[in-house]
Structure formats: C-alpha cells, structure tokens
Design a protein around this ligand. Structure first.
Ligand code: FAD
Ligand code: DLZ
Ligand code: SF4
Length: 522
C-alpha cells in the first residue's frame, strides 16, 4: 500500500512553524502547499507594501520549511497556469500530489472560512480544519466568557474584565494570584504629552534581499495602481528577522512605550510603538513570546511596570478581545451602522492632500509606511470619520486597504466598534469623539496647520471643533441613552441656540467644501 499523502495548506497569515496544520507534519510523506493568488490581492486592493511584505514573508517561510526537509509546493503569483483563487489552486494541488487528505488551520476571516467549507464539499478528499491555537482564547472560551452571567448580574462586556481574566489565565505579571504592583491597569500613566525634545531610539533596518527584490518588482508590475509607496522597503520578512526586531524593541523602545503611548509628533510615525502587529498578524511572531520577553524585561529591571503592563494589555487584552468580538458578532457586524452615517469618504484619504495637518500627517505616513500608530488611527483618522458621519462600510474598506497589519478579524471591530461606535457601544463604552483640543494636547500638529485650533467658528476655525458639537447634536437621541455621555450632553443643552446655529452652519459649509468631495468627484 502506498503511504497516505497529506496536503497541508498554509495561508499567508499562518506563517508560524507552530501553526496547528503543521503540528504533526511529516517530511517523508506530506506536502505543504502555499499559494499567491490574484483574488486575495485584488478583492481588497491592498497597499503595495503590504502585498510585497506578505509575498516575501510567504516565500521565505516556504524556504525555511524546505531547509527543514519538507516538500513545499509553492505557487507564485506569476507561475504559468496560476488559477488565481484559493479553491481552484487547492483542488489542482490535491490532484497533482495524489493527496488523500487536506489539513489546514482555520482561516482568520469569515469570508475565507466560508469558502473553505465549500472546498470541503467540492474536494474528493477529506479536509480537516483545525483551531488556530496561536490565539490565547479559543472561540468557545470567548463565547463562554461573553455569555456567562456573573452571579446573576448582567455581564459587562468590557475589555478590562476580559483582560483580567486573561492575566489570571496566563499568569503574566501576576504574583501570588494578585496583579503585579497591586493594580491591573496603568493606563492613566500612559497618556503623557511628549516634551519638545526627545531622543527616539534608532530602529534596525531590514534591507531587501534578492528574494524580496524580486517580489518588489512583481508588485510594482502587477499592482502599480494600488495605494501606497512600495519603497523604501525595510520590513523584516523572515522568522529570524522578526525575532531580532522583537528583541530590539524589548531592549530599546519598551522602556518608554508606556509613558508616550498616546502621543503624536510631526514626522515621527513610530515614536516608542512596537510596529509588531504586522509580524504577529501574519504569524512570524507569536503573541506569547512578545509578552514573555516583555515580562522578562520587567523582572530584570530593564523596563518599568507601566510600559510592560501596557504592552501586555494591548496583546492579551485588546488583541484577543477584538478577535473574540469579530467571531461573536459576524456576519451582521460588517453592516453595523448604529449612527446611520452615510457620507462618502473624502478623496483626500487616498492622497493625504488636506489642509487639516493632523489628517495630512497621519494619511501621508500611512501611504509611505502602510503604518500609523493607534492614536493616529483612533483619535485623528477614526475620530474625523466619526464626527463627520462617514459611512462605516467605506471607512472599513479604507482601513483594510491601507495598513500592513490589516485583516478583517482585527480591522473590523476596531473600525466599527472602537472608532465609529457603529455597533452602538459593544466595544467602546462611549464614542471616541474629540475636538481639536485633544489633538493639540497630544501632538505638535496644530502648530503647523492652516486652521486655528483655538477658534471655534468661522473659516479659520479647526474643523474638529465645530464637527464635534455637530456630531453630538445630530446624534443626540442615541447619545443621551449613554450614561457616560451625561456630562457632555449637559454642555450641549447649555449651548445657546445662536451658537448651535453657528456650529451647524460651519459644518454645512465644511461638508459642501471641495475638501469633502468623494474620490470619484475629486
Ligand atoms: P503597539 O502600540 O506597539 O501595541 C502593541 C501591540 O498590541 C500591537 O502590535 C497589536 O498587536 C496590539 N494591539 C494594540 N491595540 C490593539 C487593538 N485595538 N486591536 C488589536 N490589537 C491591538 N490593529 C491591527 O493589528 N490590524 C488592524 O487592521 C487594525 N486596525 C485598526 C483600526 C482602527 C480604526 C483602530 C483604532 C485600531 C486598529 N488596530 C489594528 C489596532 C492598533 O491601532 C494597531 O494594532 C497598532 O497601531 C499596531 O501598531 P504597533 O504594532 O506599533 O502597536
Ligand atoms: C492579504 C493576502 C494577500 C494579499 N495575498 C495572499 C495570497 O496570495 N495568498 C495567501 O495565502 N494569503 C494572502 N493574503 C492573506 C489572506 O488574505 C489571509 O490569509 C486570509 O484572508 C485569512 O482568512
Ligand atoms: Fe488638526 Fe485642527 Fe490641529 Fe489642524 S488645528 S492639526 S485640523 S486638530
């Protein structure tokens, strides 16, 4: 009897040697299959740098597996006869190798999981879909946490409670069952504004090798029309590079990660942020190893508690919570629009050309780097979309296109729930809406802006100032039901009618300005 041949299908965001689909892989009999397919790169027209990063990381991962002795069938995008979609490519690979079984780890996005269910029916062989154990909480564990009531009290689905549960379960920063430092959360110590002069750590650069150069040429040729700059390209694309980058972060930047987590600075896209999401989301790094190395730095006295707790919270708290919400709420979540926002995304989101300096900075940096840090995404870009009433579907599409770490499972709840309050308050307990004063406090953007952040009305006034009040007034019915909005809605009530008229007139003028034209009209 010939040996049974198992085909192990590894997707582009599953580049982990510890992925469940490779758990019991045998070099002597099994074939690992990976495919670059046009459908994945064009159904969403991803940033050029994201495609280059992922294809290069996939090719390097395949090489690493070959070095271990595995047979890898790797379908390049420009290979003759590449059918262009996962389903057909997989069916052809099954035939080519005479496979008797296919094993894969569950796709991270519902769209691909649903497609995989159809492959199961169409293939002549069994398809096993295994859980993705890279996440610390399984789907069942999250659902159980979210739906079990606590002592008869209705459960509060706040990230903070989930996070505490995860701390207890992982034991990270726990001593004798208690949180290190006597409190769970040092968020209040993570909101300092940057002093004028600050020395930023210089980041290691990962210059493209010949494999990456080839991919860059391919992307330039096939996806030249997509958003974003392809070069300079300096992402790590191998497991070794990713580990070296994590080690650099823990040694050099983590120490200040806590203090200035919410700060923004003209021309400085990264500050002390880790830029690890791209590496974690595609599998080159495991979230646990980031947390463990960070905790080690704290235990060795190399990084303070507020930095390490903040970093671990983002990963075992926010990242896991967001993923849980995605699977709990899909498929309806994609269409959530609690505030009934319908405005088109302005054209400047694709060019960065706007007189609003904060948006121009955040979008231009996104175009260059396929990266913006959390506060730029939430309090500049997201905040603008929220208070300007941009259609959540358009905002989701933009966020999925432009960031190298964007996959629907993490992008969607961040956009729908956190930034736009489009789920009516499931992820965020109140809308993250802010006027220009917040941006002025947390950045130096306003000093170089054509608008005046101190002015409340008129052509020179910062648009965030009147759009903020316009947003509260347009959505007052829904927002009044939120007890956390009580104070601010009280201020709206005290606003003189003439002032409210001014807010509405300024907002109307702004919405009708050339600045706000959609891309098609611009
Ligand atoms: P750091 O600030 O160094 O944080 C460390 C790590 O914590 C990150 O690498 C990330 O893995 C994790 N993390 C922190 N916050 C979140 C969060 N809210 N959700 C999930 N993980 C988190 N993150 C993505 O990975 N992909 C996305 O597509 C994405 N879209 C977003 C859209 C909006 C509107 C907002 C507000 C946030 C979005 N985020 C997304 C979350 C967060 O902004 C990024 O994870 C972070 O900016 C990545 O940069 P970093 O690695 O330097 O993060
Ligand atoms: C994002 C992306 C792109 C652009 N291209 C590919 C590809 O050609 N092959 C592949 O396996 N994965 C790609 N990906 C990542 C997938 O979109 C991602 O793995 C799924 O969406 C997860 O459900
Ligand atoms: Fe942004 Fe307003 Fe500041 Fe200009 S003045 S940078 S628009 S917050």
């Amino acid at each position: 009897m010939p040996e049974k041949r198992v085909l192990r299908f590894v997707l582009g965001d599953q580049l982990s040697r510890t992925i469940s689909s490779l758990g019991d892989a045998r070099p002597d009999t099994d074939v690992i299959f990976m495919a670059e397919v046009m459908a994945e790169a064009t159904s969403v027209r991803h940033h050029k740098k994201k495609i280059a990063f992922l294809f290069s990381a996939m090719r390097h991962f395949a090489d690493d597996l070959r070095c271990e002795g595995f047979t890898v069938d790797y379908l390049c995008l420009d290979a003759k006869g590449n059918p262009g979609d996962f389903g057909t490519a997989l069916a052809e690979a099954v035939k080519r190798h005479g496979a008797s079984r296919v094993v894969m780890t569950e796709p991270s996005e519902m769209r691909v999981l649903e497609a995989a269910e159809t492959w199961r029916e169409e293939l002549d062989v069994d398809l096993d879909i295994l859980a993705d154990t890279r996440f610390l909480a399984s789907h069942e564990e999250f659902v159980s946490w979210a739906t079990t009531d606590s002592g008869g009290q209705p459960k509060s689905l706040r990230m903070e409670y989930f996070y505490r549960e995860m701390r207890r379960r992982t034991g990270y920063l726990m001593t004798d069952g208690e949180p290190e430092g006597g409190q769970w959360n040092f968020d209040a110590e993570n909101r300092k504004s940057l002093p004028d002069s600050i020395t930023l750590p210089s980041r290691p650069e990962f210059l493209p090798d010949s494999m990456t150069r080839k991919v860059i040429e391919l992307v330039a040729e096939r996806f030249g029309e997509h958003f974003g700059d392809l070069e300079p390209f300096d992402y790590p694309v191998t497991r070794a590079g990713a580990v070296a980058y994590l080690d650099w972060f823990v040694a050099e930047a983590l120490v200040s990660f806590g203090d200035w987590q919410d700060a923004m600075k003209q021309g400085e896209p990264l500050l002390f942020h880790s830029h690890l999401s791209t590496l974690m989301n595609c599998g080159l790094l495991d979230p646990r190893e980031g947390c463990e190395k960070a905790e080690q730095a704290y235990r060795n006295g190399a990084a303070p508690l507020n930095a390490v707790e903040g970093f671990i919270r983002q990963i075992i708290g926010w990242r896991e919570f967001i993923r849980g919400v995605y699977w709990l709420k899909m498929p309806d979540y994609a269409d959530a629009n609690a505030l009934e926002a319908t405005r088109a995304l302005p054209g400047f989101f694709w060019t960065g050309e706007t007189a609003m300096n904060c948006l121009s900075q955040a979008i231009s940096e996104t175009r260059s780097n396929a990266y913006a840090h959390h506060i730029q995404r939430l309090m500049v870009i997201g905040n603008f979309c929220l208070i300007a009433g941009i259609d959540p579907r358009e905002v989701q599409e933009w966020f999925l296109v432009v960031y190298s770490d964007a996959y629907e499972w993490v992008e969607m709840p961040n956009v729908v729930g956190m930034a736009l309050f489009a789920d009516g308050g499931f992820v965020a307990s109140k809308p993250y809406a802010a006027s220009g004063a917040y941006i002025n406090k947390m950045s130096d953007y306003c000093g170089s802006c054509r608008f005046d952040v101190k002015r409340k009305s008129g052509e020179k006034a910062c648009p965030f100032n009147y759009l903020y009040w316009n947003f509260l007034s347009e959505n007052e019915q829904l927002l009044r039901q939120n007890h956390r909005m009580g104070l601010i809605m009280g201020s709206l009530d005290k606003m003189k009618p003439e002032r409210l008229d001014e807010v509405r007139a300024d907002s109307k003028r702004f919405f009708e300005s050339s600045e706000m034209r959609g891309w098609d009209e611009a």
